[in-house]
Design a protein around this ligand. Sequence first.
Ligand code: NAP
Length: 292
Amino acid sequence: MNLIDGKATAAAIKQEIACEVKAIVDGGGKRPHLAAVLVGHDGGSETYVKNKVIACEACGFKSSLIRFEDTVSEAELLECVDRLNKDDDVDGFIIQLPLPAHIDEQKIIEAIDYRKDVDGFHPVNVGRMAIGLPCFISATPLGILTLLRRYNIETSGKKCVILGRSNIVGKPMAQLMMQKQYGDSTVTVCHSRSKTLKEECREADIIIAAIGRPDFVTADMVKEGAVVIDVGTTRVPDATRKSGFRLNGDVKFDEVAPLCSYITPVPGGVGPMTICSLMKNTLAAGKKEYYK
Ligand code: NAP
């Protein structure tokens, strides 16, 4: 069994990005600038945004954080999006999700200028990704693809089963694993209504689990030699931790790992790669790589 080290891979990529940023700035170019908008004080969102700001520093980016209380109105948030769209100094920005229930998330996402949509959630980026055109690819699927590539894991012609069909992980992951220029795999997507989920998993060369159900994937669902990518990060109460919780993946790691050729741990697998992919997208935005 080989452990896929997302933390080390992400650190190496951030180092590569920092070198490129230094070369750009030394050559008189503009330092890429990522802005993040955070609404409210949700613990998970606070942590994600804090880690994004730290990653920006490691990459040599300029970063700015715009905060709103969770009483912010939809109109105020749309105004902020409009300001960021028009701000020439900002190369890319993200609106940390989820947003409070009184705000229409999709409306906010669609208001973002797709040329600055480094999360890759805008329909223009989603559509371009689906037909294989250059675009911002959403960070978690891009991070997983990068891990598979960096570990030289063969995906072409393999049977890949994806658990979960969310807009931010399952669906884009399925699109990318299917496409010739990325995964080139035969893809099956399973969700909460799938009747043959276990059987599908048992036949899979690659399982990508993104459902948010701790320890869902057990040894009896995994064939010998499979590659298992665990996207799940559920906060499970844990009195032994200072924080009072630990992050639990969708895979029952102890019993599944011995069967696998490769497996990602939680934490330290997909998580660090997600932030690293956001950095890659920000660099691309700064270089106007996809859109002028
Ligand atoms: P989501 O929007 O809640 O979607 C969950 C998906 O899993 C849905 O498609 C749902 O099916 C399916 N599902 C739920 N229970 C199931 C079951 N018992 N059997 C089969 N399918 C089931 O979740 P998400 O945003 O994609 O996130 C999934 C997990 O990944 C979460 O733990 C999240 O925290 C984590 N995550 C981690 C990262 C990272 O960077 N590591 C990034 C994003 C997400 P239906 O469509 O039928 O409801």
